[in-house]
Design a protein. Structure first.
Length: 317
């Protein structure tokens, strides 16, 4: 599974460039937005549904996943990804938790929701992957300097038995002569082996930040879907009523276990009443022409001027 993390710097052009890549999962910070909604990103985008502030974190996911609202707000988006058989063997779990987090430089570096998410996943032994624009500097993620925010995040990482996957000396943020290493990928001990081939990509992003790419060590299954309009709801009702388990601890204990059992019952019943079918490949955009492709290449070539001399940057601006 190809995975990417990127700060789009609120740029619609950067979002359009991202749409040209075929990542299975993208953790995004500072996406383009209008009002309180993310705009310009194709596919399924998960964000905080009831935020009154502009969205600074979201996740684009083409996998079997669902949002976790308790650990989602304007600066943080968390999802649970349903793992396929290969990873279940590797981790012993059916699910992995993925979070995209923007750590605002004007606020504390350790978000309370991030802290609670780490504690919950560690206590439940759930694989956790955090992709964050940390706005902090530390030698722990190969920054040449360390600031106070970096020291606080270092302590959080070590105290909670977390692991930093950043390697190499490529900066993740480049603007003029300023180069920093603020974008980091963090996992807990149950997800260390899930992240493979981590690197900072040289591909043009049309943002001040670089793509960070990595993969899960397995091939995703062909994408399938259910057409609920053709579901045999009579059969579904009969199956769920016949197989409905007794609900233990109705006083509120073991709600997670009850929810997982109910979820399994619904999915198993749907497999009979509404089987999944292979999704048809999307047709290319009919309006995308060779002329537009040439203009796109010209924009990317001009964007490269930013990283050269002062004279070149003046031409670009």
């Amino acid at each position: 599974m190809s995975t990417c993390q990127i700060n789009l710097h609120k740029s619609s052009a950067a979002a359009a460039e991202l749409n040209r890549h075929k990542f299975d999962l993208v953790c995004i910070t500072e996406p383009p937005y209008r009002g309180t909604r993310v705009r310009g990103i194709d596919g399924t985008v998960i964000q905080c549904p009831n935020s009154k502030d502009r969205i600074r974190a979201c996740i684009k996911c083409n996998l079997d996943c669902w949002p976790v609202q308790d650990y989602t707000d304007a600066d943080m988006c968390t999802i649970v990804v349903n793992l396929n058989h290969d990873i279940r063997i590797q981790t012993g779990k059916d699910f992995a938790v993925v979070a995209s987090i923007y750590l605002d430089i004007t606020m504390g570096v350790i978000k309370e929701k991030m802290k609670k998410l780490v504690e919950y996943c560690n206590s439940k032994e759930l694989p956790l992957i955090i992709c964050t624009d940390s706005n902090s500097h530390s030698g722990l993620w190969n920054s040449p300097d360390t600031n106070e925010r970096g020291e606080m995040l270092e302590e959080f990482v070590m105290t909670n038995d977390l692991f930093i996957h950043n390697k190499g000396n490529k900066p993740t943020f480049v603007k003029g002569d300023s180069k920093t290493y603020v974008d980091i990928t963090i996992t807990n001990c149950f997800a260390i082996n899930l992240v493979n081939d981590w690197e900072v990509s040289d591909d043009q992003t049309l943002s001040d930040h670089k793509y960070i790419t990595f993969s899960f060590n397995y091939e995703p299954k062909d994408k399938q879907f259910r057409n609920l309009k053709k579901c045999d709801w009579t059969l579904f009702r009969e199956l769920t009523e016949h197989c409905m388990p007794e609900i233990p601890n109705i006083d509120g204990e073991n709600l997670d276990a009850c929810a997982l059992e109910l979820n399994s019952l619904i999915l198993n019943s749907l497999d009979f009443a509404c089987p999944k079918k292979a999704a048809l490949a999307r047709k290319p955009n009919p309006w995308w022409s060779g002329d537009l492709e040439e203009k796109r290449k010209a924009v990317i070539n001009k964007a490269r001027f930013r990283y050269r001399s002062d004279e070149d940057r003046a031409i670009y601006n």
